[in-house]
Design a protein around this ligand. Structure first.
Ligand SMILES: Nc1nc2[nH]cnc2c(=O)[nH]1
Length: 484
């Protein structure tokens, strides 16, 4: 891929014999070094650390059918634990710079679709089953077959769509872009105006990151995140911006905590009722929830794995990813582990692209990211210091890098141009990677049919298209079947 790297003489792989770390992670083979991997891993952690705070807020804010809520401190521990374990396992087994944590798409399904119809252990039981189904699809080779069936052009479009999506996520999380019920639905800052301290911090961080990055300063992204965090803490200690409301920092208010250390509470571990949800909510309702979980988990991770691999230059000329079977299996296991820990399905995070932007190319970066998540198990108060405004510019800059893939598409070929465009725009516009993948695949198959080339799509894409049509029409199906 064509991004500028941040190599220095200190970074250059030595010509001598390769050490055990180098051999295990193939650092030299992938043109990387230990410092670069560590820098990438730390950067990814900085871009993802917010999840330790946000996931408990989303899951802990919802009530189950009995009106019970999960404990926020326990959720915080479980979110950090599952991110640490799954990220390290992915690094060791998959050797890719792809960190995992509780997915924001899926946790909303768990909190707002599953939990209100059953108990928390039953909802988490469905998450475990989802993960097991995804593992079965991976080990049977079906998941890989589906990935291979997706045309190369759509794989590039997925990377571009994810780039646009993470840029929007960054802009929204930092309050630089806000939504309102009035028109226009999206606006700059508050009501079209940038006038708050948090947006200033975002702007400073973004400018600093761009300047350092184009000047190829090693650690550009990380330095900018840290510098912006310091700026944010200084501003907050003087301006005392309220934690909630317009103009606030969002999930993380950058304040130095009173205490830095807290003992983790593992009380939610194993709090799972595997099949009880089918009895409580009804078989069809539970199956509809399971279908949504599997489809989102399957295609969100697939899109993210393709996008990050493409960005890291790990794919071959057919768009194939190394160690794909293992990566997909670990991804499924991670979803199940998320259920087991009540932290909701863990999935490959798009934020891993920030570490790739910093030079990460192997699973060693994951060891750094995972180790930092493990440390936060004991330092949960400190995890709340980096505000979105400091970390989110990384998502915008990396979004720009991922845009490079758009040049690989033949925009004069409508068979490609229209599905690729839909893939790209559906991701940011519907805030979902899965929707983008689905829109592209359905459009691709449709165009092949109306052009009299139905066979070119291949039978597998046909099946996937039908499944996606079901997914998009799920509400209609639910009404027909009379389920909630
Ligand atoms: N791919 C992916 N990345 C994320 N980053 C935060 N949440 C998510 C998610 O649900 N999926």
């Amino acid at each position: 891929m064509s991004q500028p790297t941040t190599a220095t003489a200190e970074d250059t792989p030595p010509g001598g014999p390769r050490g055990p770390l180098d051999r295990f992670f193939d650092l030299t083979g992938r043109g990387s070094t230990v410092p670069r991997e560590l820098r990438g891993g730390v950067t990814t952690f900085m871009a993802m650390a917010y999840i330790i705070l946000l996931n408990p807020i989303i899951l802990g804010g919802a009530k189950d059918i009995n009106g019970a809520a999960l404990s926020i401190p326990q959720l915080t521990t479980m979110t950090a634990l599952s991110a640490a374990v799954t990220t390290i396992v992915m690094g060791l087994a998959g050797n890719v710079p792809m960190a995992l944590a509780s997915g924001l798409g899926i946790n909303a399904v768990v909190a707002f679709q599953a939990a209100p119809q059953m108990t928390w252990p039953q909802a988490m039981g469905l998450v475990v089953i989802e993960g097991v189904i995804i593992v079965l699809l991976a080990v049977s080779g079906v998941r890989q077959l589906i990935m291979d069936a997706i045309p190369l052009a759509l794989k590039h479009a997925i990377a571009v769509g994810i780039g646009c999506f993470i840029a929007l996520v960054g802009l929204v999380d930092s309050g630089f872009v806000t939504s309102s019920a009035a028109s226009p639905p999206l606006a700059l800052g508050i009501g079209g105006k940038l006038s708050t301290w948090p947006t200033l911090v975002f702007a400073v961080a973004l400018i600093l990151m761009i300047v350092l990055y184009v000047r190829r300063v090693p650690g550009a992204i990380l330095i900018s995140i840290l510098a912006a965090t310091v700026l944010a803490v200084v501003i907050q200690s003087n301006a005392k911006i309220p934690a909630r409301g317009p103009g606030s920092w969002g999930v993380v208010t950058p304040e130095l905590p009173d205490k830095y250390f807290a003992m983790p509470d593992f009380g939610l571990f194993g709090n799972v009722d595997l099949f009880g949800g089918f009895g409580k909510a009804g078989v069809i309702t539970a199956l509809v929830v399971l279908f949504t979980l599997v489809l989102s988990g399957f295609f969100d991770a697939m899109g993210t794995i393709l996008g990050i691999s493409d960005e890291a230059g790990l794919v071959d000329d057919k768009g194939r990813v190394p160690n794909l079977g293992r990566i997909l299996s670990v991804d499924g296991l991670s979803a199940a582990f998320g259920g087991l820990t009540s932290s909701s399905a863990n999935t490959v995070f798009v934020e891993s692209a920030a570490g790739v932007g910093e030079g990460a190319r192997t699973g060693l970066a994951n060891i750094a990211t995972g180790a930092l998540f493990a440390v936060t198990l004991f330092l949960t108060p400190l995890a709340g210091v980096v505000p979105a405004q400091a970390a989110a510019p990384a998502l915008v800059v990396v979004g720009a890098l991922m845009m490079a893939q758009v040049a690989k598409l033949d925009w004069d070929d409508l068979d490609i141009a229209i599905p690729a465009f839909l893939t790209i725009v559906f991701m940011p516009f519907t805030y979902s990677i899965t929707n983008g993948v689905g829109a592209g695949i359905v459009a691709y198959t449709l165009i092949k049919v109306v052009r009299g080339r139905a066979r070119e799509a291949g039978w597998l894409l046909w099946i996937v298209s039908i499944v996606f049509l079901l997914y998009f029409g799920l509400n209609v199906v639910e009404e027909v079947l009379g389920v909630k």
